[in-house]
Design a protein around this ligand. Structure first.
Ligand code: GLN
Length: 536
């Protein structure tokens, strides 16, 4: 049976609990342990699939088609654990399960209550991810003190009691603010949030203290005294510029050793952090820079493109080049034109998205990249924009569009498949991993190292309309990736262009710093090359 580490958060949100959990996972893997991670979100939406990226950031998609919180992306990028549906639960899903059971008569007429029914359901979820790993890391979203968090904290209290304290460790992530006027680090908010935890019967074992300035031994002793945590377990979690430095910082603070000792993890070896050191070292050494434009509509909220920006960073690592991201609002392109906003850019990326806002600006950005031979990479909606652009400006289908944006276009070059029409919204989404077959000799297959079969994650409703495939191909576009039955277009490219590649899937969900995704790697390589060629 796995041992459990729970990660809670105090004082305020956005303290980087997700990154901390992922980094602890990485550290434990570096000691030869097998880990998995799980995230609980206390809100009542059943899953984040329908939540606005403006409010909630990116929706991360797993192989089995779960639409999950973006922290699961961090877990996959930092560790070798692969996430599935059971790795992310919201309070909504848990209540929904309990209410469904009640309706089906499973509780035999008994009174259904938060304790024990909701808490039992939560405990069942804790166990659902234990598939023989050494450690399960469970992150509890929200902040201690929120009403919504209470059932989760109560479930943790019970779970520790059930499993024994030697099998469960509690890490509380907190903030030590620095007050400039008095030049002091303040511990009171931490004291209060630990007090809140202890009120409900949870004594944290480790405090991860987010801080701008290192904590000295005096302040660690003070926190230790007030919070009943040993001074060595008061960990400085200092702000870092590069997130991949976090596992190294935690190791310097002795965090992995504390975990190994407290949970008596006999299998743990000495930490091997060479790959993390290499990543950090490489980042520091990059002197060349490339400018990549991300043309989208959620550009004000970088959290919406978390996996994307990380994948571009990984692509940079693979090419020894620093990738500067320039977020370009596609509506601004509509107003000001592409030349003004995309000049001095070495690569244009159009990411996934929903809804018609800013679409014309994206289509214009494709035209710019195609005509000016700037490396282009389209993802999902980005590929659909490339299809529309090509149909309109090269194949002469002037008012071509996606049926998503124009119900009455005479040329719906992107459309729903006939078997999707009329099905309820939401039910038609192609979600999760699907295979694709690459055309031999194509740029796509070259990018994937001559592979012919790939498997990538999807999240979309619309597809390239097969009725226009011949037309587009005659116009010079190449369909270089298709589903095994050849009914669905997976990848397109433009022969003769230095790098013009787009895919219907989301490769950004499968990139890691130690294994950059091949498309990102090739895109950045093309951008690096364009750097020397474009503006001479
Ligand atoms: N809106 C498009 C569709 O549903 C693209 C979705 C996406 O980019 N993820 O097909």
């Amino acid at each position: 049976m796995a041992k459990y580490i729970f990660i809670t958060g105090g004082v305020l949100s956005s303290l980087g609990k997700g990154l901390s959990s992922a980094s602890i996972g990485a550290l434990l893997e570096a000691r030869g342990l097998r880990v998995t991670l799980q995230k609980f979100d206390p809100y009542l939406n059943v899953d984040p699939g329908t939540m606005s990226p403006f409010q909630h950031g990116e929706v991360f998609v797993t192989d089995d088609g779960a639409e999950t919180d973006l922290d699961l992306g961090h877990y996959e990028r930092f560790t070798h654990a692969r996430m599935r549906k059971e790795n992310n639960f919201t309070a909504g899903r848990i209540y929904n399960n309990v209410i469904t059971k009640e309706r089906e008569g499973e509780y035999l007429g008994g009174t259904v209550q938060v304790i024990p029914h909701i808490t039992d359901e939560i405990k069942t979820c804790f166990r659902a991810v234990d598939h023989g790993e050494d450690i399960v890391l469970c992150e509890i979203g929200g902040t201690v003190g929120d009403i919504e968090s209470l059932p989760f904290l109560e479930a943790i209290r019970q779970f520790r009691f059930d499993l024994g304290a030697e099998n469960v460790l509690i890490i509380h992530v907190t903030l030590i603010p620095y007050i400039k006027t008095s030049e002091e680090l303040k511990t009171k908010p931490t004291q209060h949030s630990v007090m809140k935890l202890r009120e409900i019967g949870i004594q944290p074992d480790v405090l991860l203290c987010r801080t701008e300035n290192p904590l000295d031994s005096d302040i660690k002793r003070k926190i230790s005294l007030f919070c009943n945590v040993s001074p060595s377990a008061v960990i400085t979690a200092i702000d870092v510029g590069n997130i991949y430095e976090v596992p190294l910082k935690f190791n310097e603070e002795g965090l992995d050793q504390i975990i190994v000792d407290r949970l008596d993890l006999k299998k743990a070896g000495e930490p091997d952090l060479a790959s993390w050191r290499e990543i950090v070292q490489k980042t520091r050494e990059c002197t060349l820079e490339t400018e990549i434009a991300i043309v989208g509509k959620y550009v004000d909220l970088k959290e919406s493109y978390k996996s994307l920006s990380e994948s571009l960073f990984h692509g940079g690592l693979a090419n020894d080049v620093k990738v500067n991201l320039r977020y370009v609002d596609s509506e601004e392109i509509e107003e000001k034109g592409s030349a003004q906003l995309l000049s001095q850019i070495h690569g244009v990326l159009i990411p996934g998205g929903f809804g018609h806002r800013g679409i014309e600006g994206k289509i214009e950005a494709v035209r710019y990249a195609r005509e000016r031979l700037v490396p282009f990479f389209g993802i999902c909606l980005g590929m659909q924009c490339a299809i529309v652009e090509y149909a309109r400006n090269v194949c002469g289908l002037e008012s071509a569009n996606s049926a998503e944006f124009s119900g009455d276009t005479p040329h719906p070059v992107v459309a729903l498949m006939p078997d999707q029409e009329g099905v309820v919204m939401g039910g038609t989404m192609r979600l999760g991993a699907y295979p694709g077959i690459l055309r031999p000799g194509s740029l796509a297959s070259q990018v994937y190292g001559s592979a012919t079969r790939i498997e990538e994650r999807h999240r979309h409703r619309y597809e390239v309309n097969n009725a226009y495939r011949e037309n587009l191909e005659e116009g010079g576009l190449r369909f270089s990736g298709l589903s095994p039955d050849e009914r669905l277009v997976e990848m397109i490219e433009l022969p003769g262009h230095p790098f013009f590649l787009a895919c219907q899937f989301h490769p950004e969900f499968k990139s890691a710093p130690y294994a950059p995704h091949p498309i990102f790697k090739s895109f950045i390589s093309a951008a690096k090359k364009a750097r020397g060629e474009l503006f001479v």
